[in-house]
Ligand binder design. Structure first.
Ligand SMILES: [Zn+2]
Length: 466
């Protein structure tokens, strides 16, 4: 639709000699970022640089009242644009001036600024809202988590619109400040560094700062009664928290697990180069999520039984490089996140009992028969329903080991370091191109077999399976 408008304009310009200024006539930003799996995620026409989020949450009742102010840069002249937000909106300002707004679906807030925003310009948006995020569902998903005395925003691929006004796609990363105000006796925890705690008579405000740009789904907060400990690792502040709703023994075991984080980071740095962020930590809540998530600088873990579950820490910390530092271009690229995180989880776990990662690969390849449905998931494009299929993790990690065997450990290490150092986003095609550039090999048939086919790769040296 946008393209059609542009070509019509060109025709008009040719036919009627309209001045070029009118080619920049403001128009509406698109309601999505063009991700084939989630067309309404993110929005067109602007790029967010920074979010400032301030909330008051009622931990007991699950309510949230707040505002998001974000600084953005226009990518076209805009007379209207969308923001992703599930909560009920009470006011919107653009550059400090009240703006007209409507909801054209539960997910899309449509904003019409009083004055159009010129192309290539910085502007500020302030949105005020309130609601009970755990009651809100979109396309069958109700991702905001809550239990008695605890609430938490953590999910993938969507969670941001349940608690702040966002351009919710990994392609638009921004820094974020989060202030969570909770009743005294509760803590509000988010990503990054804790910069301030302001205690009032009834309420306490917890102020967090994430200095490095982040994909919106990786921003999180938890509010409840937590025991926490602070420290430093290589001069980077660490912050770990565990829910006081867990038993004393569970709290101790959870803390022991979180304390593994610096050791995992040091080990990963030997593979990947410096840890990419300026804060470290983790949170274990009492909410039974059944999964852990790699929130940037502060993954969340369900209670996993203690330090023996540290493969989970290896997985989530590996994601700080793969998924957080280098994010997917589109959600179909998710195997790059999960395959690499599962690969390093496997290495950290001493190849799950095998003498080498190559032995682990051979065993894994054999353990799924060629007619197993496991091989039918197309890794490079699994479809939105299969984004978190076991194959995305396992076949993903197998692909990575097969690649290491095929190009050799020296080039493999070079590849991973170049991948995480040089970029904030990447696609499967980008990864393949870099692997070919560094190894000097044509890897077309290798990647066809491993990430594009829906059959078991043949057991050949070319497929890294000898
Ligand atoms: Zn993962």
């Amino acid at each position: 639709m946008k393209r059609l408008t542009a070509s019509l304009l060109t025709l008009c310009l040719l036919g009627f000699g309209i001045t070029s200024a009118q080619a920049d006539d403001p128009s509406a930003g698109s309601s999505g970022m063009g991700d084939p799996y989630f067309p309404s995620d993110g929005n067109g026409g602007y790029d967010v640089q920074h979010y400032d989020v301030a909330h008051r949450v009622g931990v007991g009742g699950g309510s949230l009242t707040g505002r998001t102010t974000f600084q953005a840069h226009s990518l076209q002249a805009l007379n209207r644009f969308n923001v992703d937000l599930m909560l009920k909106v009470s006011s919107v300002k653009v550059n400090g001036v009240p703006a007209v707004f409507t909801k054209d679906s539960a997910h899309e807030l449509v904003i019409t600024p009083a004055t159009p925003i010129p192309d290539d310009t910085d502007f500020t948006v302030e949105v005020r809202y309130s609601g009970k995020p755990s009651t809100l569902s979109w396309k069958g998903e109700r991702p905001f988590l809550r239990t008695k005395g605890e609430m938490m925003a953590m999910n993938e691929p969507q969670i941001a619109p349940w608690w702040f006004a966002a351009n919710d796609h990994p392609r638009d990363k921004a820094t974020i400040d989060v202030r969570i105000t909770v009743g005294n006796g509760y803590e509000g925890i988010s990503n990054g560094r804790l910069t301030q705690v302001v205690k009032g008579k009834k309420w306490t405000a917890w102020q967090w700062r994430s200095a490095e740009p982040m994909a919106p789904y990786l921003a999180f907060f938890a509010a409840g009664d937590f025991a926490f400990e602070r420290g430093t690792h290589n001069k980077i502040p660490t912050f770990n928290a565990v829910s006081k709703k867990l038993s004393k023994t569970q709290q101790m075991r959870s803390l022991a697990l979180l304390r593994r984080t610096p050791r995992v980071i040091s080990w990963l740095e030997t593979w990947l180069g410096p840890y990419p962020f300026t804060a470290i930590g983790g949170v274990t809540t009492a909410i039974r999520t059944g999964f852990a998530l790699e929130n940037q600088t502060r993954p969340t873990y369900p209670y996993a039984g203690g330090a023996e579950g540290d493969w989970l820490v290896a997985h989530e910390i590996a994601h700080q490089w793969f998924g957080d530092k280098v994010s997917v271009n589109n959600w179909r690229d998710v195997w790059l996140n999960e395959g690499l995180a599962t690969y390093f989880e496997t290495l950290w776990s001493d190849n799950y009992g095998f003498t080498s990662p190559q032995q682990w690969l051979r065993f894994s390849w054999e353990s799924y028969d060629s007619d197993d449905s496991f091989w039918r998931v197309r890794l490079a494009d699994p479809g939105p329903r299969n984004m978190f299929h076991e194959a995305v993790y396992e076949r993903g990690a197998m692909t990575i080991q097969a690649l290491r065997h095929r190009i050799g450990t020296t080039d493999f290490k070079k590849l991973l370091r170049a991948w995480v150092k040089g970029r904030d986003h990447g696609s499967t095609e980008d990864f393949i191109a870099l692997a070919e550039e560094i190894s000097g090999e044509d890897l077309t048939s290798f990647f066809d077999a491993w990430v594009r086919s829906t059959t078991r790769p043949a057991r050949t040296a070319a497929n890294g399976l000898n």
